[in-house]
Design a protein. Structure first.
Length: 70
């Protein structure tokens, strides 16, 4: 199960760096990413659209939203 891997993996799915400094799920897909990659995501012009899509999915009952893709 992907969520189980979130807590045990040691490397960022996107850049391969250590997750020792923190981790989060990507707003665009199901990757577990480091905080540097998360900062880069927030700079994307479509970041708000990705957040809005996730909120809408959760409100509709979809707790396994796959994201809008990169």
């Amino acid at each position: 199960m992907k969520n189980d891997r979130f807590f045990t993996q040691t490397r960022c799915d996107r850049c391969g760096r250590s997750l020792a400094g923190g981790r989060t799920m990507s707003m665009f897909n199901e990757e577990t990413i480091c905080m540097d990659c998360a900062d880069k995501e927030r700079e994307r012009p479509d970041y708000k659209a990705a957040c809005d899509a996730e909120i809408a999915a959760v409100r509709a009952g979809n707790r396994n939203f796959k994201g809008i893709g990169l």
